[in-house]
Design a protein around this ligand. Structure first.
Ligand code: DC
Length: 207
């Protein structure tokens, strides 16, 4: 069993914030895998060109392009589209596994949609973070507005519903929670409450 904490869940569930805090709490490395898909969406190349990209070119985007340019609603939607492609998913899975290998046994937190189902099915701990769609839309609206996007609540709600559908209905590696996950519903919890619940779960698995 790898020293990997797999965190999956739908857009706007708060999984990214939790994953980052948990990595820092346990002294683990952190990889936001959604950002890999967003980087590919940002590059906006053909499928063939994307398949020929070196991992370094994708990480260069993550390192050099400001978060505000990768976190737009448009890039999120395009990333979700790209993520349906089988060959691109295989490439991304390999990049994530290679990255973990490079950590040389160091603990590792990854968040995404298929971390516990496909990328690291033997992860030490698998958390599925979710929340009601309306709450997620409110949270995402705040983030996008902070980012300077002019967008309405209804637009965000529709985009999230659309991404939920695409991410859960695609043929390959759909987002799904099974019995190997601990489900954490953040709908009526503060960030700190959700964080403590995750810490408790992970600590149990580390015994
Ligand atoms: O987590 P995010 O919203 O930044 O992810 C953007 C899109 O990337 C998401 O809608 C689906 C895709 N994605 C994926 O298919 N698998 C992952 N492990 C991470 C993201």
């Amino acid at each position: 069993m790898k020293r990997v904490i797999a965190i999956d869940g739908p857009a706007g569930s708060g999984k990214g914030t939790l994953a980052r805090k948990l990595a820092s709490h346990f002294g683990f490395m952190y990889l936001d895998t959604g950002k890999l898909y967003r980087a590919v969406a940002y590059l906006n190349k053909s499928i063939n060109e994307t398949l020929n990209l070196a991992a370094r070119e994708i990480f260069d985007v993550i390192t050099n392009i400001p978060d505000s340019d990768l976190r737009t609603a448009e890039i999120g939607q395009r990333a979700s589209e790209i993520a349906k492609n089988t060959e691109i998913r295989s490439k991304m899975t390999k990049i994530q596994r290679d990255f973990a290998e490079l950590q040389n046994g160091h603990g590792f937190v990854l968040d995404g949609r298929d971390i516990g189902t496909v990328v690291f099915p033997d992860a030490m701990c698998k958390l599925f973070i979710t929340a009601d769609l309306k709450i997620r839309a409110e949270r995402r609206l705040q983030d996008l507005r902070k980012n300077g996007e002019k967008i309405t609540y209804d637009e965000v709600l529709n985009q999230l519903a659309n991404r939920d559908y695409q991410d859960t209905h695609r043929e390959i590696a759909p987002l799904r929670c099974d019995e190997t996950y601990t489900l954490i519903d953040t709908t009526s919890k503060t960030e700190e409450e959700s964080f403590q619940e995750c810490v408790t779960e992970i600590s149990k698995k580390m015994l």
